[in-house]
Design a protein around this ligand. Structure first.
Ligand SMILES: O=C(O)CCC(=O)C(=O)O
Ligand SMILES: [Fe+2]
Length: 319
């Protein structure tokens, strides 16, 4: 057994339907969200309103997309970070494709849908439903997260609603034998306010802040995962930290698929720490930043994690 999967993570499970209940129940849920964002940086949501068939169809249609001949998928290949539809692959010398991904800009839908894959024939319709549902849910969860920070539920709502939604679909081939390899999603945090993630099978790991060990995130039927992203770290002035995660390939017969929806603001919309969370005891810890800054950072090939580059390190610069 590879050592890195020996640890399992107890991911907090939050019943989102309770947000519609009485004031007291609602507050309990908000407290759970606060606690999860502060400690784990990840939680699972159940009763979230996205029908299971939508998630299942999305996984299936993407599986069918990745099963298409390489020449069809390669139409979407591009090294350009700014391309709204982008296919990429990581090939092992003797092992064929180990990891493939497709990145789609998905909001506004009408602006991007014509650029999405045409095949399988139902790809656009199924992924249109899926990404719209994921976006709606992300916006709802962002509102609850704002409340958990003692901000108005509507704080940044308009900016988030106008914001870019990008979806990454990852496909990892399974491994045989015990050669545990970490492919594709090596350790990183996401550039998003939150990321909503659907995984078809085990493979996502997060760094446990307490013991600094990688922990496997279980697959909970019908649940979606919510990950704290870089923008939420900035907005909360470091109260919530973006969760460090990676994806490993595991043994088994099935290819593993994950669908991640990254909710951020518009390309040039600068996000700064919320004024209410900056005070004498909590001086401003981050500079404002936008999606374009992140893409420039990625294109530059700099290895330093993006969020580190916006941290204010010199206390002399703080007023
Ligand atoms: O495959 C996964 O579970 C994680 C993928 C991921 O972290 C990403 O696409 O940013
Ligand atoms: Fe990620």
């Amino acid at each position: 057994m590879g050592s890195s999967t020996d640890y399992n993570m107890l991911v907090p499970i939050i019943d989102l339907s309770l947000l519609q209940k009485d004031h007291q129940t609602r507050s309990l849920v908000i407290n759970q969200i606060r606690e999860s964002c502060r400690t784990a940086g990840i939680f699972a949501v159940i009763n979230h309103g996205i029908p299971e068939t939508i998630a299942e169809e999305a996984l299936t249609v993407n599986k069918n997309f990745f099963n298409l001949p390489l020449n069809i998928k390669e139409e979407f290949f591009s090294p350009d970070m700014y391309k709204p539809v982008k296919y990429g692959t990581n090939q092992g010398e003797a092992h064929g494709i180990l990891w493939e991904y497709l990145k789609l800009y998905s909001h506004p839908f009408e602006k991007f849908v014509d650029l999405w894959p045409k095949s399988p024939p139902d790809y656009r319709e199924i992924m249109g439903n899926c990404t719209m549902e994921m976006r709606k849910l992300s916006i709802q969860i962002c509102g609850a997260i704002m409340e958990s920070l003692d901000l108005e539920a509507t704080y940044l709502k308009a900016e988030i609603e106008k914001g870019v939604q990008m979806v990454a679909i990852n496909s990892y081939s399974s491994i045989s034998g015990s050669n545990m390899k970490i492919i594709g999603a090596s350790q990183h945090s996401d550039f998003s306010v939150i990321t909503l993630l659907l995984q078809s099978s085990l493979g996502l790991q997060v760094m446990d802040k307490n013991d600094k060990k990688w922990k496997s995130v279980p697959v909970i039927k019908g649940a979606l995962l919510v990950l704290v992203g870089d923008l939420l770290e900035v907005l909360s002035n470091g109260e919530y930290k973006a969760v460090l995660h990676r994806a490993i390939r595991t043994s088994g017969n099935d290819t593993r698929l994950s669908i991640a929806s990254f909710q951020s603001l518009e390309m040039d919309e600068i996000l700064e720490p919320a004024m209410k969370l900056v005070n004498e005891d909590h001086p401003e810890q981050y500079r404002g930043c936008c999606l374009r800054d992140y893409l420039k950072h990625r294109a530059s090939g700099e290895s330093k994690p993006f969020v580190e580059t916006v941290k204010i390190t010199n206390s002399a610069t703080i007023q």
